[in-house]
Design a protein around this ligand. Structure first.
Ligand code: CP
Length: 305
């Protein structure tokens, strides 16, 4: 597979290889390639972490980034995503990183596209590189996923992170529970984890992963203030004190401080939120390496170090 579209398409051995490569890069390992590789980042939705860390990863690998801004491209003249990607392919771009508000935007592209597509988030669907960087963060902490309990708490139904993570974590041997407002619990997720009341989930889990309310994807409950949400479902200071001694806090970010997590806990000792962001660069290097290795003639690429 030259693309990376969802975590579910990755076999466990492929996930482990990406995690190994990311850790190798994090430890200062080098890798190079012999021909010019052009990459374009197509962000149809806003992003800070994913967009910037993909760019850092691309620069670290010595790739040539073709500047692309949706607002100044021919998308504004009505050009479709399909034709945009076919155009980039025609002019020699090898890999496109795409974030788009449409669930599974890649279905119309994957089979017909000669470029590698790296999914940087599709609507409420999937966010595979976020999931992989979360897995790396958990692995660094606990060494293995077997027997770990991971609580994913918040706006589950609209979260591409929840879906991608639950799928991968369960296959790797972890137990996943979901918590938060029940009306935001997606029945489809039951295959990968049960619903658990928020206090129980926080007190009994090794990893407490909070999610932002995805206001851009749905109308929030008008009768609940941010403070009420925080008290009902957030990681309050009182709840944090009841967490297991070695358990950690994660959040894909951006964080709404004081809503899904108390402000003072974002950078507390248990928090791995900024570590996740750092790991994002190395995961994206590993994912880009995987895509470059699939370019025809990729056998010429060499490992150094
Ligand atoms: N976690 C994440 O995807 O952040 P951005 O939306 O800033 O990329």
């Amino acid at each position: 597979m030259k693309h990376l579209l969802t975590t579910s398409e990755l076999e466990i051995k492929e996930i482990n290889k990406i995690l190994e490569d990311a850790q190798y890069f994090l430890n200062g390992g080098k890798w190079t390639h012999e021909q010019k590789v052009f990459v374009a980042n197509l962000f149809f939705e806003n992003s800070t972490r994913t967009k910037c860390s993909f760019e850092v990863a691309e620069r670290r690998l010595g790739l040539d980034i073709i500047p692309f801004e949706v607002s100044t491209s021919s998308v504004s003249k009505g050009e479709s995503l399909y034709d945009t990607v076919k155009t980039l392919e025609a002019i020699g771009v090898h890999t496109v990183v795409i974030r788009h508000s449409q669930d599974r935007y890649f279905d119309e592209l994957a089979d017909k596209s000669g470029v590698s597509i790296l999914n940087a988030g599709d609507g409420c669907g999937h966010h595979p590189t976020q999931s992989l960087l979360d897995l790396l963060t958990i692995k660094q902490e606990f060494g293995s996923f077997e027997g770990l309990k991971v609580a994913i708490i918040g706006d589950i139904a609209h979260s591409r992170v929840a879906r991608s993570n639950a799928d991968a974590l369960v296959r790797l041997g972890a137990k996943v529970v979901f918590s938060g407002p029940k009306e935001w619990f997606n029945e489809e997720l039951l295959a990968n984890g049960m619903y658990e009341e928020v206090d129980t989930a926080i007190e009994t889990s090794d990893v407490v992963m909070l999610l932002r309310i995805q206001h851009e994807r749905h109308e929030s409950k008008a009768n609940q203030t941010a403070e009420e949400y925080h008290l009902a479902y957030g990681l309050t200071e009182a709840r944090e004190r009841k967490m297991k001694p070695d358990s950690i806090i994660m959040h894909p970010a951006p964080v709404n401080r004081g809503v899904e997590i108390a402000d003072c806990l974002v950078e507390c000792e248990r928090s791995r939120i900024f570590k996740q962001m750092q790991n994002g660069v190395y995961i994206r290097m590993a994912v880009l390496k995987r895509s470059i290795e699939h370019i025809e003639g990729g056998a010429n690429y060499v490992n150094i170090n």
